[in-house]
Design a protein around this ligand. Sequence first.
Ligand SMILES: Cc1ncc(COP(=O)(O)O)c(C=O)c1O
Length: 420
Amino acid sequence: MHEYSYTNNVLTGEGVELRAVAQEFGTPLYVYSKQSLLDHCRHIERAFEGHPHVTYYAAKANANRRLLRLIAGEGLGADVGSRGELYLALESGFPPDRITYSGVGKRDDEIAYALQRGIHAFNVESVEELDIIDQIAARTGTRARILLRVNLDIDAGGHAYVSTSLRQNKFGIARQQVASVLRGASALPHIEVRGIHSHIGSQIIRGETFLRAAEALVAMVRELRAAGIPVHDVDFGGGFGVQYRGYVSHPLLPVEEPEEMNLSASSLIKAVLPMLRETECRIAIQPGRSIIAHAGVLLVKALYRKEMEGKVFLVVDGGMNDLIRPSLYHSYHQIVPLVVEERSHETVDVVGPLCESGDFFALDRAMPRVQRGEYLALMCAGAYGYVLSSNYNARVRAAEVLIDGSRVEVIRNRETIEQL
Ligand SMILES: Cc1ncc(COP(=O)(O)O)c(C=O)c1O
C-alpha cells in the first residue's frame, strides 16, 4: 500500500529515486506508483469478503487512460460524470454494464451517448432529468436503468465544497419525495427503476457518518418496499477519507501528526456491509480518492526563497494550476524534500508562480530550509490533482509518469506552449 518512503535519505517510489525521475522528466511532474494503485483497488475489493457487489471507480478523481486501464483490469467498474469520462472509461476497457453515470447536469447528447453505449444505469438527480432520460430513451429505442440519488441531509463534515448531501446542496432528491418520484418513474415507459443511490461527500474521516448514511439508506429501502416500490440496487457512493498528514516520515523532517481518522476505507466498508446486506440488493460503492490519492505525488522544484519582514516564502515551479486543492479547499498536502539531510527548520508559505495570492500549497508550514533548485514532493496528490489542473497564466499542464517496478513510463506528455 505504502510505496513511497525514504531509502538512504532519498525519497523513493517502488524503490525508484524520485530525484532521478524529476531530473529526467522535469517538473512540475505527477508521478504514480502502479503497485500502490493496484494495492488500493485490491484492499477495497477484499473488504467485501466475497459478497457480491460492484465497485465503480469514480473517474473524476483521476481519469488518466493508463490508470483507468489498470483499474479496469482489476475488475472494477467506473462511475462517470461527463461524456468525456464515459468515453475514456469505455476506451480504457470498462465494460458498459459496469458503468454508472452520475451528476446533476447531464446534457441530452450525453444521455443519448450513454444509452447508445448501454451503460448499467444513470444516477438520477431530479424529476426533470427523469423525464428527459425517458424521452431520449424513447427516441433512441432504448430503456434506461436508473437509480434515484437521495439527498440524505447528513452533514459529512470537512470543507463545505466537498459536502454533497445537505439540504442546501444541489445534489439528489429530498428524502420525503423519493417514494413519489420513484412511483412516477416506474410509470414511465422507457425507464427501468433499479434502486437508490447516495453520496454524502468526500474525504469523510468519521465512521459514524457512514453508519448514519447506511442506516438511513437501509431504512429507506424498507419504507419503499413497504409502499410497494421494488428496490434492486443500492449504491452507497464514495467519500472514504484518506490520510494526508504525516504520510512519509524521517527523523530529520518535522513531525507531522496524521489526521484523526478512526477508520480506513476497507474498515468503513466492513462496518456498513452487514447493514447494506440486509437489503438483499445489488450493492455498489463509488470510491475515487481512496483508490488513487496515495498512488500519486506531485514533484516541484524550488525557484526562490524570499524573505519579507520576517516571513519566508518558498516559491516553487508548480502552482494552483497544477494542484488546486490547497487553494480551493484549504486541503493539506504533506510537502517533503526528495533528499533529506541535517539542516535547520523554518516556517514558510510554499507558494506557486501564479499571479494570485491564493496560489499556495501550504501556509505557515514547518519545513527544512530549502535551497534553490531543490526538488520537493507533495504527497498523496493522485486524486483531484491533475484532473483539476488548468492552463491559467498560459502555463502548460504537467506531465504524468507511472512507476512500475524499476520502469518509469510517461503516461501523459507535458503540454507544449504550441498546444496552448
Ligand atoms: C457521485 C459521486 N460518486 C463518487 C464520488 C467520489 O468520491 P471520493 O473521491 O470522495 O471517493 C464523487 C465525488 O465527489 C461523487 O460526486
